[in-house]
Ligand binder design. Structure first.
Ligand code: 5AD
Ligand code: SF4
Length: 447
């Protein structure tokens, strides 16, 4: 590859989960610390980082078509951007990307992106670089301090997954479970709050498996971390995601009843309602044990809003088994949920199982499941009408004077008020749609 002019502007395009959003922000900060400026809206960036997701559907194909599009647009504009591929597709298919896409200068995995500046130097010299090492958590220490942040921030506390659900690529792309150090997390949370965050969502592929030693050297789990973060002045709200039912301990359930800053919301993927399918998925819970677990959360925090993930059309799933998923949905009454068609991931056990389901059957099941989930989400919103709560103002709405924020139950709420981003506004919830509610402002507490 020829040497290239050092890029002055960058854009990070993140796909997939919130962990990727967090990683994308941190890569941006890293590039900014190297003197690059974020490309402004509508402007072509001189360095484009495609921060990819590998969890479902033709992820790699999408990356190649994105690269093709960038190269074409660059040629037309007279300068091709430098391209880096990051994230889970980079981890899973790094070498292949280098072979198939000569326009790519850098391939960097999710555990190695702190080395992006060195790779960038090499790329400028004309040397292509791949780094998909998975060292234990070294990257966090190598990242610059966080300076400017929106009111709702992410904080990765844990990475990787040891669960090996048979459909899932995460244990291969993100590696084994690793918890970041307690002291680093408290310090980063404090900095996030100083930089403007009022809500922090603790992130991890399997966040409830977080474990560490607190300031007094006591072994503590996620609940202990949440209790200590709740002591940070100026931090108003704490959330966490994503959890596995097997790692929800008594202390975390109790924390939902005791820690006021811990929001009444739980994202707890179930994936399916049939015990046979759950076993084939290697999920280690049954429909009944999952429902009992939710009952314990509801006992600790009666208004807790529930969210989940679902996969339809797992290999061998019969119509009767799919009907058990619908029954479970009816039994729970989710406030929101994510549902997906099963997608065979190369190298995972389920990809070579018998009984792969036809696309039309999956489409039909997904449609029926989503109809049920949408119905429940709308019902949850309607049941919230008249509730008084705080909304954290996150951005301006479309109309002048209109603002958008989130309720404690993670509903989008829009309202007219004289306020600013980061304010906590007291509202009474009214007019409920399937995806958002209108709020009537009662009182405003300045940021
Ligand atoms: N096919 C479809 N959905 C999947 N998920 C994970 N792997 C797959 C797959 N191979 C879904 C699960 C998980 C969410 C993040 O993505 O529901 O909880
Ligand atoms: Fe994937 Fe299962 Fe781990 Fe979630 S718990 S990341 S679905 S292996």
């Amino acid at each position: 590859m020829k040497s290239q002019t050092a890029p002055k502007t960058y854009r990070v395009k993140s796909f997939g989960c919130q962990m990727n959003v967090y990683d994308g922000e941190r890569m941006g900060e890293l590039l900014a610390a190297q003197g690059l400026a974020p490309a402004s809206e509508g402007e072509e960036a001189e360095l484009v980082v495609l921060n990819t997701c590998h969890i479902r559907e033709k992820a790699a194909e999408k990356v190649y078509s994105d690269i093709g599009r960038l190269v074409k647009a660059g040629r037309q504009a007279g300068r091709e951007p430098m391209i880096a591929v990051a994230g889970c597709v980079a981890q899973a298919e790094g070498e292949e990307i280098m072979v198939r896409a000569p326009a790519v200068s850098m391939v960097v995995g999710p555990q190695a992106y702190h080395r992006l500046p060195e790779m960038l130097d090499k790329a400028v010299q004309g040397e292509r670089a791949t780094d998909t090492d998975m060292p234990a958590i070294a990257k966090f220490a190598a990242l610059p301090e966080r300076r400017k942040i929106g009111p709702a921030a992410f904080l990765t506390v844990q990475e990787g997954c040891d669960k090996f659900c048979t459909y899932c690529v995460v244990p291969y792309t993100r590696g084994a479970e690793i918890s970041r150090l307690y002291s680093d997390l408290v310090a980063e949370a404090q900095r996030l709050v100083e930089a403007g965050a009022r809500e922090i969502t603790l992130l991890g592929q399997n966040v409830s498996a977080w474990a560490g030693e607190d300031a007094k050297g006591r072994v503590t789990g996620l609940a202990g971390l949440i209790r200590d973060l709740a002591a940070i002045d100026g931090l108003a709200r704490i959330r966490y995601t994503t959890s596995h039912p097997a790692d929800m301990d008594d202390d975390l359930i109790a924390a939902h009843g005791e820690v006021e800053k811990l929001m009444p919301f739980l994202h707890l993927p179930v994936q399916a309602g049939s015990d046979r399918v759950l076993r084939a998925m290697n999920r280690s819970h049954t429909a009944e044990s999952y429902l009992k677990l939710l009952d314990r959360f509801r006992a600790a925090r009666p208004d807790i809003a529930l969210s989940g993930d679902f996969i339809v059309g797992f290999p061998g799933e019969t119509e009767a088994e799919f009907a058990e998923t619908l029954s479970l949905v009816d039994a729970v009454g989710y406030a929101q949920a994510f549902s997906f068609k099963y997608s065979p991931r190369p190298g995972t056990p389920a990809a070579s199982m018998d009984g792969q389901i036809a696309a039309e059957v999956m489409d039909d099941r997904l449609q029926r499941l989503q109809a049920a989930l949408n119905r429940d989400q709308h019902a949850f919103n309607r049941a919230s009408v008249g509730r008084r709560c705080e909304v954290l103002v996150e951005r301006k709405g479309k109309l002048p004077g209109q603002w958008l924020g989130k309720s404690p139950w993670l509903q989008s709420v829009w309202f007219d008020a004289d306020c600013a981003i980061g304010d906590l506004v007291q509202v009474e919830l009214g007019d409920a749609g399937p995806n958002s509610l209108e709020g009537r402002v009662l009182l405003r507490e300045p940021a």
